[in-house]
Design a protein around this ligand. Structure first.
Ligand code: NAD
Ligand code: TYD
Length: 349
């Protein structure tokens, strides 16, 4: 194996697609999936590649510095691609502290561990931090986030991600640690946990349950198919300039209400339901506190420097996503049993 790459959070939604992208494409890299398996981590996401020779899973909590350090001493990683995080805005509103311990302290633990094992010998080494466009705060009706946009987070989730980005950049500026950061817009696709808008609505349409739309539904997000995000991470990991950040997005803005209507339309078609059936489930509910109006990414830099463009149109990606959930009812049933029920009742009571 030419390189050992630790991918943190590899059992989660995006992490599992990144692990697959690297395991399949780079048979000469040893890929180590480091994940503590919270409610959002699911090894079922990786069944198709778990027997590959260049793949290993290690259960480890990034909040446990000693555990991370001894693992890194044993593995001697050449690089870390860091996705492990608490990732849901609504959960960050009810439990902000776990976002600090995992997203901020966990990131600093990883940075300290690589500093220790790399010991100033940074040739061929890289810490790739995966972050979000939510660190930039909110846009009005016009404009796009560029890499120069000032950070202005509003939710405990985005504040914790912003803090982690600052630490990663500070370790580059202070200690010379080789780093890159990617800030991506909203992802969607297979294996998305049904606490987030799209999989939650797919799950509820299948069960004839209300589709909760926060506020007036005019909040706007820029949606990117998850495999296109994994490709962007691959490009930046291999070709991004160290010390730099790269915005990743789909140039694909949707107001929540329009997106859910399109989802309803496609679901009715696929389920053989009369047109308009699922849309009747749309229910406007109390708004999320501190709800950011609009996110939209200017992805010019990654396009210009690394030739990146998304390959999957939203219509194709959404259709493929719905097909995946329809073909994997067991996956959905497993993740929505038990603790999910109490989360759902608490959040939507
Ligand atoms: P996710 O919640 O689906 O998965 C997170 C993973 O991290 C899970 O497998 C979980 O078990 C693991 N994890 C959590 N706490 C851990 C800990 N203390 N130690 C080890 N592992 C831990 O999240 P996601 O949506 O796949 O997001 C992955 C990353 O991408 C996050 O850093 C997130 O901020 C970022 N991001 C997400 C989006 C999005 O739309 N989902 C967009 C841009 C950036
Ligand atoms: P979400 O998928 O939680 O992602 P994020 O908050 O990180 O953008 O939410 C996407 C949008 O959908 C956001 O504007 C909040 C809204 N939303 C609802 O209207 N209802 C819901 O039940 C959820 C989970 C989200």
């Amino acid at each position: 194996m030419q390189k050992t790459i630790v991918i943190t959070g590899g059992a989660g939604f995006i992490g599992s697609h990144v692990v697959r992208e690297f395991v399949v494409k780079y048979s000469h890299y040893r890929i180590v999936n480091l994940d503590v398996l919270t409610y959002a981590g699911n090894l079922e996401n990786l069944r198709d590649i778990e027997d590959k020779e260049n793949y290993t899973f290690v259960k480890q909590d990034i909040r446990d510095f000693d555990g991370v350090l001894s693992l890194f001493r044993a593995l001697k990683p050449d690089a870390v691609i860091h996705l492990a995080a608490e990732s849901h805005v609504d959960r960050s509103i009810s439990d902000p502290t776990s976002f600090v311990t995992t997203n901020v302290l966990g990131t600093v633990n990883l940075l300290n561990a690589v500093r220790e094992v790399w010991a100033g010998n940074y040739a061929g080494k890289l810490f790739h931090h995966v972050s979000t466009d939510e660190v930039y705060g909110t846009l009005g009706d016009v404009g796009l986030f560029t890499e120069e946009t000032s950070y202005d987070p509003h939710s405990p989730y985005s504040a914790s991600k912003a803090a982690s980005d600052h630490f990663v950049r500070a370790y580059h500026d202070t200690y010379g640690l080789p780093i890159v950061i990617t800030n991506c817009s909203n992802n969607y696709g297979p294996n998305h946990f049904p606490e987030k808008l799209i999989p939650l609505c797919i799950h509820n349409i299948l069960n004839n349950k209300p589709l909760p739309i926060y506020g007036d539904g005019k909040f706007t997000r820029d949606w990117l198919y998850v495999v296109d995000h994994a490709r962007a991470i691959d490009l930046v990991f291999h070709g991004g300039r160290h010390g730099e950040s790269y915005n990743v997005g789909g140039f694909n803005e949707w107001q929540n209400i329009d997106l859910v209507k399109e989802l309803c339309r496609q679901m009715d078609e696929k389920l053989g339901r009369r047109a308009g059936t699922s849309a009747q489930l749309i229910t406007f509910v109390k708004d999320r506190p501190g709800h950011d109006l609009r996110y939209a990414i200017d992805a010019t830099k990654i396009n210009r420097e690394l030739g990146y463009t998304p390959t999957v149109t939203f219509e194709e990606g959404l259709s493929h996503t719905i097909d995946w959930y329809l073909a994997n009812p067991d996956w959905l049933a497993n993740v929505t049993s038990g603790a999910y029920q109490s989360y759902y009742e608490q959040q939507y009571k």
